[in-house]
Design a protein around this ligand. Structure first.
Ligand SMILES: [Zn+2]
Ligand SMILES: [Zn+2]
Length: 289
């Protein structure tokens, strides 16, 4: 089995997110701890966070997949943007120390003309710095695993191929030691890898073999389950409702049922409102059978 859920809004608090996700049929969910376009996150009451932890434990939810703001770019060319992004990342991780045992996923970033190598180094340095900061502030080990998301590779995006993520992980381990291996991982977005040129429709086994060869499947901790509006290799990153895009229902069903992906949290990031998500969650549950 897999865990399935969608993105829910943090605007009514933490416990309410759990209730909302469960009401839609989910047993995991994703949320942005702050406005996805950036900006300040609201103050959170520790009781509310604790209440969500109890709710998800009681309901046997899988790990939640928190999403870092889209505006974060820890390898931006402008120093000011980099500093600001580092601050957001650090603040998110410190805040989430109160909700341990979950996953925090973010977009590695775009190097904006600095070159791939510089970008990868800046991402690894940022990860090392924020992990140290979160541990220093909270006085304990990092409570949540940080995931790098596979990207479509548009523009100067890093993470459009598995090799990019492998290099970031290796460099972070070089900087912070082998315990970083257990603090980091990867979230595979089906729309992004498809748009990035990995043919999960024609050869899902081959793509997973390639993931294992380059990164190692033990690093794979979450799936973003999306269809794509564009053909394989288009490098576009436009999500589509499940089964209505170029990847199609048969291939997405195969992803949900793949033996190597069982036990992972799957998050829908399809263009839907509540009723659409409810229907897709039900659809995924029939695929699981
Ligand atoms: Zn994402
Ligand atoms: Zn995604």
């Amino acid at each position: 089995m897999i865990y399935i859920g969608n993105h829910v809004s943090v605007s009514d608090g933490y416990l309410e997110m759990g209730r909302h996700a469960a009401e839609l049929g989910g047993d995991t969910f994703a949320f942005f701890p702050r406005n996805p376009r950036g900006g300040k996150s609201k103050a959170v009451s520790p009781e509310d966070v604790r209440a969500l932890g109890e709710f998800t434990a009681e309901r046997r939810f899988g790990p939640l997949v928190v999403h870092g703001a889209y505006t974060m770019n820890v390898c931006a060319a402008r120093e000011e943007v980099r500093a600001n992004s580092l601050e957001m990342l650090r603040d998110d991780l410190i805040r989430l120390q109160a909700l341990p045992g979950n996953l925090y996923n973010f977009h590695p970033g775009s190097h904006v003309g600095q070159g791939r190598e510089t970008g990868i180094r800046q991402i690894a340095e940022a990860l090392d710095a924020v992990i140290r900061a979160a541990e220093a502030v909270s006085g304990g080990p990092l409570g949540n695993r940080i995931l790098l998301e596979t990207m479509a590779g548009k523009g100067s995006e890093i993470g459009g191929c598995f090799e990019d993520l492998r290099e970031i992980l290796d460099l972070t381990v070089e900087l912070g030691g082998t315990e970083r291996r257990d603090q980091l991982g990867v979230c595979l977005d089906t729309c992004h890898v498809w748009d990035g040129g990995y043919d999960i429709r024609g050869d899902l086994d081959g793509v997973l073999r390639e993931f294992h060869r380059v990164i190692g499947l033990e690093a794979l901790r979450a799936i973003h389950l999306n269809d794509s509006k564009n053909p394989c290799g288009s490098r576009k990153d436009r999500h589509e409702k499940l089964g209505l895009g170029e990847i199609g229902p048969e291939a997405l069903r195969a992803v949900v049922r793949h033996p190597l992906l069982q036990g992972l949290p799957f998050i829908l990031e399809t263009p839907n409102e509540d009723e659409g998500y409810r229907a897709e969650i039900a659809q995924v549950r029939t695929w699981m059978k």
